[in-house]
Design a protein around this ligand. Structure first.
Ligand SMILES: Nc1ncnc2c1ncn2[C@@H]1O[C@H](COP(=O)(O)OP(=O)(O)OP(=O)(O)O)[C@@H](O)[C@H]1O
Ligand SMILES: [Mg+2]
Length: 356
């Protein structure tokens, strides 16, 4: 059943109004039988203040009119006290009823406006989060889609050869299928993330996950003249996190590093990828680049959604990465590389029997 928020239920309203009419009757009798000096009519203002929550604006004005009419009637029927005092008291009561009604109606209108604004805000928030969801998905599937296009072109070339190289073409199709699965996995995870769903945590080898990402993006990175140095701790314990999501974070970091290094074509382009045990409970991933680095003051803002210094950037890569890492119980941060460039790191909880 639909019910106007902020207004009591209909049955409750009818009962309350009956009670208020009874109170009005009591006020009327008290105002009539007592001395002119007793301004019982002033209590009608309390009736107005209660009634404003129960009835419409028009009904409230009628009720106020009735209160004023009863005040005048009481004044006419009262037999005791000074007539002049009675006249002044009745006028004060009438003015009080009129002002209370006016203010109550204003207050009600303001409340209704506030409620409407709140509803509109909710609608806007929903549309905005929908926009953010679509942009996030677009951002995250960009990489697998580009890979699909590359493999598609390669496949076409292998098939165009005389005779066609079917083995190579089959491998390209396999890569396309792998990337398509990855894209749909990513869409599911991003949707889950924006809906506040918990990550699909499992115990996995972070080194293995890093190597998989490298296998996918290495040729692309190296094509930009970047040298990748990998140093993975062989004795790394398993971590507890959502594997697909963590790989997304690594892809985002690598993309940013490549972009930061592309900004200065004359500089040596080096990307170091490291994994290490941080302490007994945590494992750490580090990506060092020799790119542009960043201004000291920008470190806190970099992880905010839509904060970008790139002409064609959306500013979502790091915001998504932070959401992912924090949802997986880890921490992500950036530091200046003393040799020039940036250092991005995240830590994750290492696996223990009871952490899943
Ligand atoms: N490796 C890096 N070196 C220097 N600055 C960086 C690096 N990574 C990120 N930044 C800074 O942080 C900003 C935000 O990065 P983020 O990945 O969130 O967005 P973006 O790369 O600008 O756009 P996109 O949404 O396409 O990823 C960048 O615009 C850049 O200024
Ligand atoms: Mg980015």
């Amino acid at each position: 059943m639909k019910h106007d928020i902020g207004r009591p239920l209909r049955s409750h309203r009818v009962l309350s109004m009956a009670g208020l009419l009874a109170v009005m009757a009591v006020i009327f009798v008290a105002d009539t039988v007592t001395d002119y000096a007793v301004a019982a009519a002033g209590f009608y203002t309390a009736v107005i203040l209660v009634a404003v929550r129960l009835i419409s604006a028009r009904a409230l004005i009628i009720l106020a009119g009735l209160c004023i009419f009863l005040t005048i009637l009481s004044f006419g029927l009262t037999k005791f006290g000074s007539y002049q005092v009675g006249l002044i008291n009745s006028c004060i009561s009438i003015i009080a009823i009129a002002i209370t009604t006016y203010l109550a109606l204003k207050m009600n209108a303001a409340q209704a406006a506030a409620q409407q604004a709140q509803a509109q805000l909710l609608r806007i928030a929903r549309v905005t989060s929908l926009g953010e969801l679509t942009t996030s998905i677009a951002h995250e599937v960009n990489q697998p889609l580009a890979a699909i296009a590359t493999s598609g072109n390669a496949c076409q070339r292998w098939l165009d050869q005389q005779p066609p190289n079917l083995d190579k073409a089959r491998q390209a199709v396999e890569r396309i299928l792998g990337d398509a699965h990855r894209a749909s996995d990513i869409i599911a995870r991003v949707r889950g993330l924006t809906r506040g769903e918990l990550p699909h945590k499992s115990h996995f080898d972070l080194n293995q996950a890093v190597l998989e990402v490298l296998a996918i993006s290495r040729s692309d990175v190296e094509a930009h003249g970047i040298v990748i140095a990998v140093s993975l701790d062989e004795n790394l314990p398993l971590v507890v996190a959502d594997r697909v999501q963590i790989q997304q974070v690594i892809v985002n970091m690598m993309l940013n590093a490549s972009e930061a290094m592309a900004a200065n074509p004359d500089k040596k382009k080096e990307m170091k990828i490291l994994s290490a045990r941080r302490d007994a409970q945590t494992v750490q991933f580090t990506l060092v680049d020799s790119g542009s680095g960043f201004a000291t003051g920008t470190m806190a803002q970099m992880f905010d959604p839509f904060w970008t210094t790139k002409g064609s950037g959306i500013g979502l890569g790091l915001a998504i990465s932070r959401t992912i890492i924090e949802a997986n119980g880890g921490r992500i941060w950036a530091e200046q590389n003393p040799d020039g460039g940036a250092i991005f790191q995240f830590s994750l909880l290492s696996a223990k029997e009871n952490t899943l």
